[in-house]
Design a protein around this ligand. Sequence first.
Ligand SMILES: Cc1cc2nc3c(=O)[nH]c(=O)nc-3n(C[C@H](O)[C@H](O)[C@H](O)COP(=O)(O)OP(=O)(O)OC[C@H]3O[C@@H](n4cnc5c(N)ncnc54)[C@H](O)[C@@H]3O)c2cc1C
Length: 480
Amino acid sequence: MNDRLEGLRKLFPGHRLVADAASRAAFESDGLTAFSAKPLGVVIPETTDEVIAAVRWCHDNDVPFVARGSGTSLSGGSLPVADGIVIALNRLNRILNLDPDARTAVVEPGVINIKVSQAAAPHGLYFAPDPSSQTVCTIGGNVAFNSGGAHCLKYGMTSNHVIGIKAVTADGEVVTMGGPSVETIGPDYTGLFCGSEGLFGVALEITLRLLPQPEQFHTVLVGYDSLRAAGDAVSAVIDSGLLPGAMEIMDATSIEAAEAAVQCNYPHDATAVLIVELEGPSERLAFERDQLEQVIAATGPIVRVVAKDDAERLRIWKGRKSVFSAVGRLSPDFLVQDGVVPRKRLGEALVRIEEIGKRSGIRVANVFHAGDGNLHPLIMFDGNQPGQLHRAEEVAAELSRMCIEMGGSITGEHGVGMEKRDFLPQMFDEPTVDMFDRLRRAFDPKLVANPGKMFPGTEAPALSLTGLHPLEKAGVIHRE
Ligand SMILES: Cc1cc2nc3c(=O)[nH]c(=O)nc-3n(C[C@H](O)[C@H](O)[C@H](O)COP(=O)(O)OP(=O)(O)OC[C@H]3O[C@@H](n4cnc5c(N)ncnc54)[C@H](O)[C@@H]3O)c2cc1C
């Protein structure tokens, strides 16, 4: 065993300090498989005290660490630092308290997202943020990336549903931010921690807000003869004053792939489909349904399908949810871009994405959270062909620049991580990036927590692999 790990050995018994090369290999990459780096060791704590001890050891010994949930980050956020420690949080997977009256749950960071809704369901409650990876990703990862999902259009991102966090900061201090009530006094430190991408320290206990399950759904699938028309329809719906639970768009390539994979029976002649889902009490839905009908009729649809029952609703969502892994059938490798454009400019952005794809000779499929203007162009390539990864990365970079230029963002929900750190100074001016850096140093003066991420110019792990996340290959989760 490496001499540098001697001190850690006293804190973690043999099987919970992983130091052999074969076992460490399982932690050398995340959902962005283009990057990999072998960590010095992996610790597997079972209690929050053990997490605190590991962080303090790293701080005292100047050893970098990365907190890791399920490793599904698509931006290289949980990529380890070579010669650093991975703190694997999967065994901290207990729901510590669920209070149906207060509509809150206190959970450990390794709890899987969907497990919260499953535990809350008997009380008619659920946890609203629904990343497509929700069957495997952890609440700790959701907090670090302020993750979103199809229904975050109406309900907001993870930060809107986290009211308290107990954490160990990177310098070993244990802090409590927020608490059991939504009414807090003073600065919103909980909000500050959400989206900090593992750079401030490790979340140990997270207090979540739960919502009542919607009483009813009204789900409509609308086909258009152009992607731009579908994009423009999104603005029309929002301008009408309606706030659907979800609004998602898929282009022809995505439809073709989903159809082949799960036979979702989408309209064959549509160049793009828009899924709009209203949800809420039945009286309100009866009114909103008619309003939606009128708005959609004015957007020039070529076909409309209204889900008659739950089975049809699920079939519509099955097509949408399957599309990323289905696109994986069309191409051995792909990159997911996660930029955002102002919703009003969605139609224009889609036309530009098509042009960029054609010009580069790289196929791009589009499927995205249209209501938020959150694009997820899938840039397809074959990593075995010399130069193809590089060209795909150039397309991703051009799309990031387009989002900035249009007044949007380089990330909607996947974080800056490793992948988009060079774009940070393009999006924010120098004093702002400097302010981010000072904020981070207040939590982590020695820069031991997840170094190399978010900020440009720091040492980066090598580019060495390409491919789908192993869970996507197995069809367990789908990328959005
Ligand atoms: C197929 C697929 C579909 C996806 N769909 C979506 C989607 O719809 N919406 C979306 O937003 N994302 C999506 N993602 C991205 C990813 O699932 C989310 O970013 C998720 O929140 C990561 O959770 P994780 O447990 O895998 O975290 P990890 O990947 O392990 O870690 C992510 C980041 O969180 C930090 N971290 C983890 N735990 C803690 C903790 N306790 N304290 C502090 N920092 C911590 C890590 O250091 C890292 O920086 C998808 C990914 C895949 C592979």
